[in-house]
Design a protein around this ligand. Structure first.
Ligand code: PLP
Length: 381
């Protein structure tokens, strides 16, 4: 199958690039002694799990459906893989199934802990129990992605700790980073240790959460390894990391086609994709996606505002310049659109969801999934 024949829009995940990330993460595991699990929230393309499961120890899930996906689609490629399930609040009618498919369960609050801990242990005596704590310190780049801001609902802060919980706890989790380097991790760790290390004595592990931008160029991998090794030495516990973004980072792109070009004060090109529906974080974070072969506004001869094919006025990818004029039918490629894209995309405005394409290690291309009218309709009544 060749790429020209695949109808746009589609996301393409390139296994070679994914394997490059997995090898970096595996190097961290091997040299530091930490275990790394993938956060399905950020990367869940399970047609890649035969590859991912060769490197990572399991998955972190945010609730029943992600936990089931981990159990059904990841563990079959690695029978020792671990499913860690955290939820801000577990539901009574789901806890039994969650306990059955999870190796670790992470509670968000003492209330939730007290409500479910005995039941969960009864259903799955081997399950590990953890509590997410909130160090109340973070340098996350924007409020919407800061789990430790004021009035945060994510994790138990020191003042809410009930010491009785520790007779059951195997570990503690924190998650305070977002796309950050080791300086941010060290800052969080020092606050976390200051507040919570008095409780480490009988714990088996500490989970450092996600947000470690390990596979980004310039990330200080040697420093991360040093931090983890020191931590393990100091407290005699295992360490987990659970990145999502770092797994899917720069592993593929979104391909679209120009449907129309016109001028209204400036040149405008309409694409068969949508920032709002298919590249959600470009508007939520927000950030500007790179377009292959394009420059910033005015850098090259022909500048266009690239817009989505929905009625939302703000459905705009940004202004980009090109060496040649854009024409209808031209393909436009948005770089790095795998993590946090199709896990979050929508059919807003009835727009077609992009297909999912996998470029395999051997170079062959597989159209994994196409979406149609039924995918739109079935959610609406
Ligand atoms: C979002 C999240 C992650 C993954 O974060 P990334 O920024 O994708 O690495 C890990 N753990 C928890 C608890 C999360 O909420």
């Amino acid at each position: 199958m060749n790429l020209e024949s695949i109808e746009t829009p589609y996301y393409l995940c390139d296994e070679k690039l994914l394997e490059k990330n997995l090898k970096i993460l595996d190097d961290v595991q091997k040299r530091s002694g930490a275990k790394i699990i993938v956060a399905l929230k950020g990367f869940a393309m399970f047609s890649t799990f035969p590859l991912v499961a060769q490197y990572l120890y399991g998955c972190t899930a945010s609730g029943l459906y992600e936990a089931r996906l981990a159990k059904e689609e990841f563990c079959k490629y690695n029978e020792n893989a671990e499913v860690h399930t955290y939820s801000v609040a577990f539901r009574e009618n789901e806890i039994e199934e969650i306990a059955k498919v999870s190796n670790h369960i992470v509670f968000n609050s003492p209330n939730q802990f007290n409500k479910f801990v005995l039941k969960v242990k009864e259903i799955n005596p081997k399950i590990h129990i953890s509590l997410r704590v909130n160090p109340e310190y973070s340098s996350a780049p924007s409020d919407i992605y800061n789990p430790c801001g004021v009035y945060s609902r994510l994790g138990t802060s020191l003042s809410n700790i009930d010491e009785n919980m520790f007779q059951y706890l195997d570990g503690l989790n924190f998650h305070a980073l977002c796309e950050e380097n080791t300086d941010a991790l060290e800052a969080v760790l020092s606050v976390f240790e200051e507040k919570f290390s008095k409780y480490f004595k009988n714990l088996k592990y500490i989970n450092f959460g996600g947000g470690h931008h390990i596979t980004k160029k310039g990330y200080d991998i040697d420093r991360l390894i040093w931090i983890i090794k020191e931590f393990i030495k100091k407290y005699d516990v295992n360490v987990y990391l659970e990145p999502g973004e770092a797994v899917g980072w720069e592993t593929g792109y979104l391909v679209s086609t120009v449907l129309d070009v016109f001028e209204n004060g400036m040149n405008i090109a309409i694409l068969d994709t949508s920032a709002e529906a298919h590249m959600p974080d470009t508007l939520a974070m927000p950030y500007r996606a790179d377009v292959r072969g394009a420059g910033v506004s005015g850098e090259k001869k022909y500048t266009y505002r690239l817009g989505g094919n929905t009625c939302l006025a703000g459905d705009i990818m940004g202004d980009y310049s090109f060496d040649k004029p854009l024409t209808v039918g031209k393909r436009i490629i948005f770089e790095d659109q795998i993590h946090y894209t199709f896990v979050k995309n929508t059919t807003f405005n009835g727009i077609k969801l992009p297909s999912l394409v996998l470029k395999k290690l051997d170079g062959s291309v597989e159209l994994v999934k196409e979406f149609g009218y039924e995918d739109y309709r079935n959610r609406l009544s």
